[in-house]
Design a protein. Structure first.
Ligand code: IMP
Length: 190
């Protein structure tokens, strides 16, 4: 089936966004991260478990897992979202915990984006309290200029500008997650 190229601009909730990371750039980078994870966990006895952070990271988690060839498991946390806003509320609320027992496991937290870093920090702290054998993190995107807390990312897709982005799992008031590429707010187009 032919795949249509991602459009150069899209309109979401009346605002214009421009193509920022296309599907090829995203899949190439994820292939590199998968190879890195394969190498890092090849000698571990227990398979690593990916903990995706819902909702935003569901697509990245699925693609990252499929870029990994060693045995691995998956489970999900669900945190509060931005709501319909373009800036973080500064509050992180847990909506769904995880079922898996993480004691003694090799855990990789998977986020869509590290903005203030509060969500990543929250999940890392929650999981660290469960005594995993090791704890690392992956994020497709990070906005270095927005970071407010220490939120380490071991497997990073891309550092990006400090502007609102949508697509590839990231939403604006719950829509736009299904865009196949990442789009950034076009300040000139507002
Ligand atoms: P943080 O806690 O401020 O790092 O933000 C974490 C969450 O806010 C992410 O997992 C996203 O769901 C959401 N978020 C942050 N920046 C953006 C953005 O530019 N677009 C859409 N969602 C975002």
């Amino acid at each position: 089936m032919p795949v249509a190229a991602a459009p150069e601009t899209v309109t979401c909730r009346g605002e214009r966004f421009r193509l920022y990371l296309d599907e090829e750039a995203i899949s190439n980078r994820i292939a590199e991260l998968g190879a890195q994870i394969d190498a890092d966990y090849a000698d571990m006895e227990e398979p690593p478990i990916f903990i995706g952070v819902l909702n935003g990271a569901y697509i990245f988690t699925a693609d990252l897992m499929r870029a990994v060839t060693i045995d691995c498991e998956v489970d999900f946390y669900k945190l509060s979202s931005y709501g319909a806003e373009k800036v973080s509320s500064g509050e992180v609320t847990l909506k769904k915990g995880i079922d898996a027992d993480l004691e003694g496991r090799h855990v990789i937290v998977v986020e869509d984006i590290v903005d203030t870093g509060l969500s990543m920090r929250y999940v890392l702290d929650q999981i660290a309290a469960k005594n995993p054998a090791s704890l690392r993190s992956a994020s497709l995107l990070r906005k270095p200029a927005a970071l407010k807390v220490d939120a380490p990312v071991d497997y990073l897709g891309f550092d990006i500008d400090n502007l609102f982005v949508i697509g590839y799992g990231l939403d604006y008031g719950q829509i736009a997650r299904n865009l196949p590429a990442v789009y950034i707010l076009d300040e000139d187009g507002e």
